[in-house]
Design a protein around this ligand. Structure first.
Ligand code: UT7
Length: 351
């Protein structure tokens, strides 16, 4: 043990300007706003319409936003981890594309594939590099252009997902704040419940895989829901117990945004009220690897040093986990982010 703790010292984001509302979806598939809102909590999502721009574009824009806020140059970054299930291409890794785009000449890095737990796993991985003393500035990015793998004729999945990217910087902490603990799990036995089977080495692209719609997200929603409710609530409760935390000690739950009902169940299990839950699913839908850092971006201006945050995620694989951290800086210096101006009622209500 080096005694070094990794702390989040900055956040950044990119949200595509175009919106896909529930009303838009009503015109595309047999669905309705009331069903979507009551079953999921989602009202609209952001979509990156430009076909020439992919996940690395959003990831690099999010990173630029972070570097500007932190006031450092790209050459100071030593490690880049990109969590995504929608890489620009199978290889090179999206991390390489982001490195080149930013001019992060002193960085190495890689992509991490853990679906909706991708950011959480990338965060705990990045923390280990800082804790070991080998990395001083780790850029952890969650980015997904889900609209490229969503079947917009399948009403059971197309209402759920959106595009977006957000990131955090990990640096050695100079006090007691930072990432205190993490728990991660995987279980490949349930791989068929949430997957995209086409395009890999098992089912390489062919006319058959396209005809069979194997290049789209497939989900058995009801089954995944049951596992997700238990998995996310259990792992959040585990990390609280292991660190002697009660609901009163927790400032915010930062949950993966897949479904409002899963998030509510996790909060109940943790013994915390809705005022302590970061929730922006109604604005962005499920952006897969970007949901948790997008929450940190939206709530940054309300975060203060030593605020206890419990992050929790569940996703395809299955993958799930939790991180307990003490926030390390005064987020109020950045003020309310511009993109929240029209929604400010919600986050302000949580203060
Ligand atoms: O992020 C990674 C992990 N993923 C998750 O955590 C997602 C977990 N699953 C879920 O969030 C939920 O299962 C969904 C939101 C996907 C679906 O909600 P549900 O309450 O589980 O609905 P359901 O799949 O049981 O479907 C209920 C009914 C069905 O009709 P019948 O069979 O009862 O007649 C569906 O055909 O709702 C129907 N339905 C729809 N109706 C209107 C399914 N999709 C739609 C739709 N609009 N978009």
């Amino acid at each position: 043990m080096t005694g070094i703790t990794a702390a989040i010292t900055a956040v950044g984001h990119y949200l595509p300007p175009d919106r896909l509302t529930n009303a838009d979806l009503e015109r595309m598939v047999e669905t309705n706003d009331e069903w979507i809102v009551t079953r999921t909590g989602i009202r609209e999502r952001r979509i990156l319409r430009d076909p020439a721009k992919a996940t690395s574009y959003m990831a690099a824009e999010a990173a630029r936003n972070l570097l500007e806020k932190r006031g450092i140059s790209a050459s100071e970054i030593d490690t880049i981890i990109v969590a995504t299930v929608t890489p620009d291409m199978l290889f090179p890794a999206t991390a390489c594309l982001v490195q080149a785009e930013l001019g992060a000449t002193n960085a190495w890095g890689f992509d991490l594939s853990a679906a909706c737990s991708g950011f959480l796993f990338a965060l705990s991985t990045g923390a280990r590099f800082v804790e070991s003393g080998r990395s001083k500035k780790v850029l952890v990015i969650g980015a997904d252009k889900m609209s490229t793998i969503v079947d917009y004729t399948d009403r059971t999945t197309c209402i759920l997902f959106g595009d977006g990217a957000a990131c955090v910087l990990l640096e050695p902490s100079d006090d007691d704040n930072g990432i205190i603990d993490y728990i991660e799990h995987i279980d490949g036995n349930q791989k068929d419940l949430l997957c995209m089977t086409g395009g890999g080495s098992l089912h390489p692209p062919s006319h058959e895989t396209v005809d069979a719609r194997m290049h789209y997200v497939y989900q058995e929603g009801r089954s995944v829901f049951k596992y997700a409710v238990t998995g996310m609530a259990d792992v959040a409760a585990d990390i609280m117990e292991r660190n002697g935390l009660t609901g009163d000690d927790v400032r915010y739950l930062v949950p993966h945004q897949a479904n409002l009902r899963i998030i509510d169940a996790t909060a109940r299990r943790m013994g915390i009220g809705p005022e302590k839950v970061m929730l922006n699913i109604e604005r962005y839908g499920n952006t897969t690897a970007a949901t948790i850092p997008l929450c940190l971006v939206d709530w940054e201006h309300q975060l203060r040093p030593a605020d206890n945050l419990v992050l929790a995620a569940f996703g395809g694989g299955f993958t799930w986990g939790s991180v307990f951290l003490r926030w390390a800086y005064d987020g109020s210096v950045y003020g309310v982010p511009e993109h929240l101006a029209e929604h400010i009622a919600e986050p302000a209500a949580n203060s």
